[in-house]
Write a protein that binds this ligand. Structure first.
Ligand SMILES: Cc1cc2nc3c(=O)[nH]c(=O)nc-3n(C[C@H](O)[C@H](O)[C@H](O)COP(=O)(O)O)c2cc1C
Length: 334
């Protein structure tokens, strides 16, 4: 058991926020696999202030997906605080407020937001102190280890955030200049939790159960964040959660199980976004459910290029099911 402020957290698997992916439908789908904590997609402070309709959509939460953090990004103390007041007035049902200090994308860092804050640690401390003061809910932060290899400063950033009163910090073990590639620098953050006053969630290349065990063991973090590793592989969350609770290693899913997961997710996404938009998004996300299973290239191609409707998806899934039945003994091949 660990805590974010006074919120008691049951498990140790956190679903990483992913803009454009971790929609309400995705979070609800993943929750059933043992996600302990989720985040909304990142929400622009100015989008809230200027009443951008699309921004407000990100505030929609489901009843079952708790605890959840509303993730804000912004490059100035004043706009962040204003957005926090707005969120407070809306009585948003999120359980905590997270500030994105790790986004590496130029369209975000250009305005001083996301990981651009890592270059202004003193100013960050002031801004986060004001955010903590403005929020009635615990405030957390998601950082990277530094801007680039020449300016690795995660310990200074962590100290500033702790002094500001944050209740948990998630560290993505990459620099901003690595974006999402290259090796996360776990070598630089051994025993990190032992040097911190607040809970630590660790993030970076968690694609297997053993990746999670290694990250937790190396850093002594309270929890591990699964992000890209969850794409098309929701069972990964159950595998990590079950192992950490019982020591049991769950098997990888069969292709037949993967197809059922894909359909479950598709129905939820269609409910949220309508068939046309959901199927378009599934052209990308859907193919991940087939990754790692032999003989899927043809179906992935079909899914990513020509799928327009739910019946297209169901037809492809049925074709794959037929092909599974006709392989030796009808047993799924892994
Ligand atoms: C497409 C994509 C979108 C992301 N969006 C966000 C975001 O909105 N906020 C955030 O804090 N992190 C975001 N991240 C970072 C992830 O939450 C995670 O920290 C990162 O991918 C490292 O974990 P991984 O290597 O296991 O995927 C995003 C990552 C990806 C790949």
């Amino acid at each position: 058991m660990w805590k974010i402020g006074s919120i008691e957290i049951e498990g140790k698997v956190v679903l990483g926020p992913m803009a454009g992916i971790t929609t309400l439908a995705y979070r609800d789908f993943m929750k059933d696999f043992g996600v302990a904590v989720s985040y909304t997609e990142m929400v622009s402070d100015c989008g809230l202030i200027y009443k951008n309709e699309a921004t407000y959509k990100y505030l929609e939460l489901s009843l079952k997906d708790h605890p959840i953090g509303l993730q804000l990004f912004g490059g100035k103390k004043e706009t962040l605080v204003k957005a926090v007041h707005l969120v407070e007035s809306l009585k948003c049902a999120s359980d905590f407020l997270d500030i994105n200090l790790g986004c590496p994308m130029p369209k975000v860092t250009r305005s001083g937001a996301g990981s651009a804050w890592l270059k202004r640690v003193d100013e960050l401390k002031q801004a986060m102190t004001a955010v903590v003061e403005a929020s009635s809910k615990p405030v957390t932060a998601k950082i990277r280890i530094g801007w680039d290899v020449a300016s690795i400063n995660f310990m200074d950033t962590i100290r500033a955030l702790e002094d500001a009163g944050v209740s948990m910090i998630c560290v993505h073990a990459r620099t901003t200049s690595q974006i999402y590639s290259g090796v996360p620098r776990y070598d630089l953050i051994g025993d990190l939790r032992l040097k911190m006053k607040v809970p630590l969630v660790i993030s970076g290349d968690i694609f297997t159960l053993d990746d999670a065990i290694r990250a937790l063991t190396l850093t002594k973090a309270d929890a591990v964040m699964v992000a890209r590793g969850s794409l098309g592989h929701p069972r990964l969350v159950s595998q990590i959660d079950t192992y950490l609770k019982t020591g049991i290693r769950l098997p990888d899913p069969t292709l037949t199980e993967q197809l059922q997961y894909l359909l479950d997710f598709a129905y939820r996404l269609i409910e949220l976004k309508g068939e046309k938009l959901a199927i378009r998004e599934l052209r990308g996300i859907g193919t991940h459910f087939l990754t790692g299973y032999p003989g899927m290239r043809k179906y992935k191609g079909e899914m990513s290029s020509s799928m327009e409707t739910l019946s297209d998806l169901e037809r492809i899934v049925n074709q794959i099911r037929q092909s599974v039945l006709t392989t030796q003994d009808g047993v799924d091949k892994l």
